[in-house]
Design a protein around this ligand. Structure first.
Ligand code: FES
Length: 137
């Protein structure tokens, strides 16, 4: 069996996760909604494709408050978000590197802070709520 990939529509990050465009989403797999609330209280809801991070989904759709300067390789911390306290337990634990990077965010970290490039909605059992900080840089 051979596998053909359209490299123009996908990217593999250093953590081995492949980001795909919605066009590559396998049929029959439910999408997960991410609800982004900005610092002013405006909420926007987007559907994440399998393999897509919260950061990639946001930057692809112009969500304010998430920059993602490094493209998801854990070297900028401009993708900082506050995860809703009711949702934080459904995420995989953060790595030591993510924990270190959160000490360098523009807005001080909180107990539910995460880097959105390390959150993959497809692994969530339900919709995910995040709040973006007032600034990233
Ligand atoms: S996008 Fe740079 S650390 Fe997340």
């Amino acid at each position: 069996m051979s596998v053909t990939r359209n490299m123009a529509e996908s990217a593999t990050f250093c953590n081995g996760v492949t980001s795909r465009t919605p066009a590559e989403k396998p049929e029959g797999i439910a999408m997960t909604s991410v609800i982004y609330t900005d610092a002013d209280g405006t909420a926007r809801t987007l559907e994440a494709a399998p393999g897509e991070s919260v950061m990639t989904l946001a930057t692809r759709n112009g969500i304010p408050g998430i920059v993602g300067d490094c493209g998801g390789v854990l070297s900028c911390a401009t993708c900082h978000v506050f995860v809703d306290s009711d949702d934080i337990d459904m995420l995989e634990p953060m790595s030591d590197m993510e924990d270190e990077m959160l000490d360098g965010t523009a807005v001080d970290r909180a107990d539910t802070s995460r880097l959105s490039c390390q959150i993959f909605p497809e692994k969530c059992s339900r919709d995910l709520h995040v709040t973006t900080p007032s600034m990233q840089e």
